[in-house]
Design a protein around this ligand. Structure first.
Ligand SMILES: [Zn+2]
Length: 352
């Protein structure tokens, strides 16, 4: 299987990922309490795939560090094969592999029941070189209900020498019965400053590192890729600009955008969530500047924001966070978005 393109090619535990999630996985390995199924939940680009492969590597490594079973050597053939996606006992099932192996090139937006069937037959095999087989299911949020039901059978009667790692940026889309059979490990975003400093340590120029960190929404794996991949950065800058335009629009235009986004939510849930997250981020940046009495508020792209009192911005942040949690709970998305923009400070009044 080709190496997953969502993952950067580095051996061992990613020192830039959520330390708590890393520690929980390593603890299982050290205590030799390796579960049958884990659910790694966190936003796209936060490092779930890197953690899953580091976990697999520690299980497959033929010369793990003495005294720490969670530390793969990073040099043996098994370690290198896991990293290259060529280890016989480690298999990743995601939209990319589905497109290559089952759909013969066509790109479906959800993991199909055929993919779960091929996972089930893979789970019935005995490990060839390691103590267990590690099956990674990335993009698990795209599993439709029939596919989840099929997966449930494996989760209910897990083969003895298999560990499943489900990776999802929207774990709430999984059936409760699926979630409850997995050990859930949240993989949390990292602070901006941690991301910019790890980028600089890896030779990224300081101004770019800071901009990428701001735009990363705390997702270090995304940041690593975006620092070298211009199109990713460009798309995120465009999102930032769109969110800025929305915040600074007239009341009427804000409502129009809220309406459009509400309509989009059914099809592109994560896109809409991303825009509202960006709104919160912009408002927080403005809050810091307003509190510091800054003359004007500069977005990372150099756009200039409109000045508001810290109190007004603080109310907007509260309203936007409420909207975000309503959207995450799928509570009437259009109403949630409209309610949010109604509570943003009225710029027309202020400018009058
Ligand atoms: Zn090794």
């Amino acid at each position: 299987m080709p190496q997953n393109s969502k993952r950067s090619s580095v051996l061992g535990w990613p020192d830039w990922a959520d330390p708590l999630a890393t520690e929980r996985l390593r603890e299982c390995l050290r205590n030799n309490h390796i579960g049958h199924a884990y659910l790694l939940a966190g936003p796209k680009g936060v490092g779930k795939a890197d953690l899953a492969l580091a976990f697999a590597q520690s299980i497959c490594c033929t010369t793990v560090m003495q005294g720490d079973a969670s530390q793969a050597c990073g040099e043996c053939r098994a370690c290198r094969n896991v990293d290259r996606g060529a280890h016989p006992d480690v298999e990743t099932f995601d939209l990319e592999s589905q497109s290559a192996l089952i759909d013969k090139g066509s790109s479906r937006a959800s993991l199909s029941i055929e993919t779960v069937r091929s996972l089930r037959s893979s789970a019935s095999l005995l490990p060839l070189e390691s103590s267990r087989r590690i099956l990674i299911i990335d993009d698990a949020e795209t599993l439709l209900h029939p596919a989840q039901q099929a997966l449930l059978k494996t989760l209910e009667e897990p083969p003895a020498m298999v560990t499943l790692l489900l990776l999802s940026d929207e774990p709430e889309t999984l059936l409760e019965t699926v979630r409850s059979r997995c050990q859930q490990i949240p993989v949390r975003p990292r602070p901006e400053v941690a991301i910019s400093s790890f980028l600089m340590e890896r030779g990224v120029e300081a101004t770019l590192a800071r901009e990428v960190a701001v735009l990363s929404r705390g997702c270090p794996a995304w940041a690593r890729a975006a620092a070298v991949e211009g199109t990713m950065l460009k798309a995120r800058r465009a999102e930032w600009d769109a969110a800025t335009t929305w915040i600074d629009a007239s009341r009427y235009n804000r409502l129009v955008t809220a309406f459009t986004m509400g309509e989009r939510f059914g099809k592109k849930r994560s896109d809409v969530l991303a825009v509202v997250q960006t709104v919160v981020q912009i408002l927080r940046a403005r809050m810091i500047d307003a509190a510091a009495g800054a003359e004007e508020v500069a977005a990372p792209t150099g756009a200039t924001g409109v000045k508001n009192s810290p109190l007004a911005i603080s109310r907007s942040i509260t309203a936007s966070l409420q909207c975000l949690s309503d959207l995450e709970a799928n509570v009437r998305p259009r109403l949630a978005l409209e309610t949010m923009v109604m509570q943003w400070p009225n710029l027309e009044l202020q400018q009058a």
